[in-house]
Ligand binder design. Structure first.
Ligand SMILES: [Fe+2]
Length: 391
């Protein structure tokens, strides 16, 4: 497959659909690229800067301070605070949800997230970190589709290890087809690249099962592809999304590392972390990296961590998970379970990340992620780019 788009923007907007069309041709599936392109816009125009409607229970923070806050190196926890209602000025709100595991997560917890998000007003888009389904089954995808359909906004995700973790004897191709059919419903197959309020989002997940079912590392080839995708928007602030965290990022909390999966556990970090850091070093437009996979608790050390990349620091954030936040032992999940998802409020010069506890129905943490100030550079000439198949 060769992408020959004449502009970087058209490449970004079309990359996912190109993959969808190609894999459809390979597997004999009906072509769905056209249907997907009419379902949701692949890129969203930048809306005017405006205040987001207020909603009850929101923590106050100064709108003008959003852009001036600069880089934070740690999450600010908002425990006990119930400040006056106020919102920063943002261009768009993206609801970030960690691993959702439809088919495994309790319906009560999933409903609690949906109901609370509905009271806050639908976001402009959803972004998840992969593992929408627990075993990649059609009935699990049906549950996910019903959940997201409530909001009538785009949903973007990446593959996770559970995309390919089949309880049955189905093949990787079968699992990939089910995943593809699910994400095409929302218009963004994997790997994806889309734009929201002047920020590019690039998501890359594994394209097949890893060495073990827990493994969700990107291969060297997938990382190289990710670098090529990033190279087409060198002057646009970019959020990079991947299922597995980088190594040495998110750890445990004060309940002890053995209560939580961490980026030190085998299968729970990117095997090729060094290669990914090299890509980040070559792409200063990457404002932050978002991961899932470890189902980390809110107070996990390194949930938000600054990672050294050459002469700069890049925020690395783990989005937690819906079904549980602890290791599963023989007697079930251990430890208490909070239920937090995150709003990415995209402003002029920053993204404000606000954690929302949907059981408490209040904001519990936030951090301001500055967007890199990038100078316009000559556009690289787009070479013919061979995109890898999903499997
Ligand atoms: Fe997961």
């Amino acid at each position: 497959l060769t992408a020959t788009g004449s502009s970087r923007r058209s490449f970004l907007r079309g990359a996912g659909l190109i993959i969808a069309g190609t894999t459809a041709a390979i597997t004999g599936m009906p072509r769905v690229a056209d249907a997907a392109s009419t379902m949701w816009p692949s890129g969203s125009p930048t809306p005017p800067l405006s205040a987001v409607p207020q909603s009850a229970g929101r923590i106050a923070f100064n709108a003008s301070g959003v852009a001036a806050a600069g880089s934070q190196t740690a999450l600010e926890f908002l425990d006990g605070r119930t400040g006056a209602v106020s919102q920063p000025l943002v261009r768009a709100r993206v609801r970030l949800i960690g691993d959702m595991h439809f088919g495994f997560a309790s319906r009560d917890r999933l409903a609690a997230v949906a109901d609370d998000v509905a009271t806050m007003g639908a976001p402009d888009a959803f972004l998840t970190t992969g593992d929408e389904t627990h075993f990649g089954l059609q009935e699990e995808y049906d549950l996910a589709e019903a959940w997201f359909s409530r909001f009538k906004v785009p949903m973007h995700t990446v593959t996770g290890n559970h995309t390919f973790w089949n309880a049955s004897s189905r093949t990787m191709e079968d699992a990939a087809d089910l995943y593809r059919r699910f994400v095409i419903r929302w218009g963004q197959p994997m790997p994806f690249a889309w734009e929201m309020a002047g920020v590019s989002f690039v998501g890359v997940g594994p394209t097949t099962m890893g060495v073990t079912p827990q493994e969700a590392s990107l291969s060297v080839a997938e990382i190289a592809h990710m670098g090529k995708v990033l190279s087409y928007e060198p002057t646009k602030p970019t959020v990079l999304v991947m299922h597995s965290p980088l190594q040495h990022t998110v750890l445990g909390d004060d309940l002890g590392a053995t209560c939580s999966y961490t980026s030190e556990d085998t299968g729970f970090y990117q095997r090729n972390t060094a290669a990914i850091l090299d890509v980040l070093g070559a792409n200063p437009q990457v404002a932050m990296v978002i991961s899932g996979h470890t189902h980390s608790p809110l107070h996990a050390t390194g949930l938000y961590k600054m990672v050294s990349v050459g002469d700069r620091m890049v925020p690395h954030f783990n989005a937690m998970a819906v079904p549980f936040l602890r290791r599963i032992t023989a007697t079930g999940p251990t430890g208490p379970q909070s239920l937090v998802t995150w709003e990415l409020g995209i402003g002029d010069r920053s993204i404000v990340l606000v954690g929302r506890d949907h059981l408490l129905r209040r904001d519990v943490a936030r951090v301001v992620v500055p967007l890199p100030a990038l100078q316009a550079a000559p556009s690289p000439v787009s070479p013919n780019l061979t995109l890898p198949p999903i499997v």
